[in-house]
Ligand binder design. Structure first.
Ligand SMILES: N[C@@H](CCC(=O)N[C@@H](CS)C(=O)NCC(=O)O)C(=O)O
Length: 204
């Protein structure tokens, strides 16, 4: 059984949970719950030298980390749907979309961490604004270049949906008013991938 750190608020873990669901491999994966099994969850998180989640331990004990790497591994465990396109240009397009969406998530996470981990007197608004500008520019680019899929959403689309879902929770969904095309896109994704709603983070 593959063990993976569970977290209900992490958009990176959400990517992995959606990949597991789309691939139909829930029977091969155990998500280690932080509430029910905090010791094992913490041990697995700490096994990543970067101390980040998600981290995964494979059946033979191999440790792998980073949501991209974990999703790419999961994609090998069942033939369809193929989450990482094989054809060169399609693969590169999916990875580019995922990199942009990951970048939006990472910047939004850093905005959250500024108030979570830094004492008030040490916070630096210009730095926060710099991160937020990356989020805003990424969304503006995507609004002009709305992605699409042929037979099914791929890894790039999963990553984008998780980025938008994270902004819904952490930035009260303010992106929605200014990005009607992306909003419609997310509606299509939700319909195509029921696991998106099923993995929605708690509202607190
Ligand atoms: N590139 C990593 C990013 C993972 C990440 O930043 N996870 C956050 C939680 S949402 C984390 O573990 N943060 C703890 C830290 O940065 O120390 C991935 O795709 O897995």
């Amino acid at each position: 059984m593959i063990q993976i750190t569970q977290s209900y608020g992490s958009p990176f873990v959400r990517k992995v949970r959606i990949a597991v669901s789309m691939k139909g491999i829930a029977n091969k994966v155990e998500f280690i719950d932080p509430q029910a099994d905090s010791k094992r969850n913490e041990e697995l998180r700490a096994s990543n030298p970067l101390q980040k989640i998600p981290a995964a331990r494979l059946d033979d004990g191999t440790l792998i980390f980073d949501s991209h790497v974990i999703c790419e591994y999961l994609d090998t465990l069942a033939p369809s749907p193929q989450l990482f396109p094989v054809a060169s240009i399609e693969r590169v397009k999916a990875l580019t979309l995922a990199s942009l969406a990951d970048g939006i998530m990472e910047a939004a996470v850093l905005v959250v961490y500024e108030s979570r981990f830094r004492p008030e007197e040490k916070r630096h608004q210009e730095w926060v604004d710099r991160q937020q500008a990356k989020v805003d520019a990424g969304l503006a680019y995507l609004e002009k270049n709305v992605p699409n899929w042929k037979s099914h959403p791929d890894y790039g689309h999963i990553t984008l949906a998780c980025a938008l879902g994270f902004l819904d929770i952490r930035q009260a969904g303010t992106w929605r008013a200014k990005h009607p095309k992306l909003l419609a896109w997310l509606g299509r994704f939700e319909t195509a991938v029921p696991a998106f709603a099923a993995t929605a983070p708690p509202k607190s």
